[in-house]
Design a protein around this ligand. Structure first.
Ligand code: SF4
Length: 271
């Protein structure tokens, strides 16, 4: 990796920020790791838990009601009451966003993500990483899909189409995409800025050649969760790192600089 690390300062999202009120994201990763351990104490099967969370996380009213019930004994109630107090500092802007979201925009499930859903998605990402990381690392072909919004917006990005999709040309030491690409290449993962590549077609060709295929996703929490679900449905081992906040055009109408925790990206790839 380039010796110049991009400046790592807190970023605030439209609905969430993994910095919370801190100047680092390490607290978030410690918290979500601790919560996943506790949830696995309730049920040690990560696959069951992921399917359970996937099934219930779309039921917004049930989630709100379950959080109001303090009595334990029901898995959903127990999970929500365990994670909410620890994760709410990372999703403080969600309620204000939902209050001001026009009714028509509620059709976009990502924009309409509630606070309880965010917390379940955070847990789902962590459990999915634990379930698939060793299979992902062992895959013959591994690609990473990074979002366009992680680039350095102070310069004209020099990324170019190369193979499956666009790849970083390492033009800016301040760019998180640049540093993430370098880390990924060191670990034998092809990094792409996802613009137009057909992921399903690539998976199909790779598997047809009798080679195993894995995906690492980087995206905002709702986008990453849904992408990981798609991969699981297609039996593709998937892992992911969430963007530190949601700051792109979908949320703000324009792009604001964003970041990811590069230490956590590296940690994820070392078994
Ligand atoms: S370092 Fe890479 S992603 Fe960042 S602006 Fe340059 S070419 Fe684009």
């Amino acid at each position: 990796m380039s010796s110049v690390i991009p400046e790592y300062y807190p970023v605030n999202g439209k609905t969430y920020s993994l910095f919370g009120k801190s100047d680092s994201t390490s607290g978030y990763y410690e918290t979500i790791g601790m919560l996943a351990d506790k949830i696995l104490d309730l049920n040690p099967d990560p696959r069951y838990l992921i399917d359970y969370i996937t099934k219930f996380s779309s039921k917004r009213k049930i989630l709100t009601r379950s959080l109001e019930i303090k009595q334990s004994g029901n898995l959903l109630t127990d999970i929500l009451n365990l994670i909410h107090p620890h994760l709410k500092k990372y999703t403080e802007n969600t309620e204000e966003h939902l209050k001001t979201l026009p009714l028509s925009k509620f059709l976009d499930k990502r924009l309409a993500t509630s606070r309880e859903q965010y917390h379940l998605y955070m847990l789902e990402i962590e459990l999915t990483n634990r379930l698939f990381v060793s299979e992902f690392i062992k895959a013959d072909k591994k690609i990473a899909l990074m979002p366009y919004c992680l680039q350095d917006f102070t310069i004209k990005c020099k990324s170019e189409k190369n193979g499956f999709d666009y790849q970083c040309r390492h033009c800016s030491a301040k760019c998180f995409q640049n540093h993430a690409s370098t880390i990924l290449k060191t670990h034998g993962i092809e990094p792409y800025i996802w613009m137009e590549g057909n992921m399903k077609q690539l998976a199909k060709y790779t598997i047809k050649e009798r080679r195993s295929f894995g995906i690492l996703g980087i995206a905002c929490i709702p986008e990453l969760t849904w992408g990981m679900r798609d991969c699981r449905k297609n039996n593709i081992p998937v892992v992911g790192i969430p963007l530190n906040a949601n700051r792109c055009v979908r949320w703000f109408g324009e792009f604001f600089p964003n970041s990811i925790d590069l230490t956590e990206l590296e940690r994820l790839l070392i078994l």
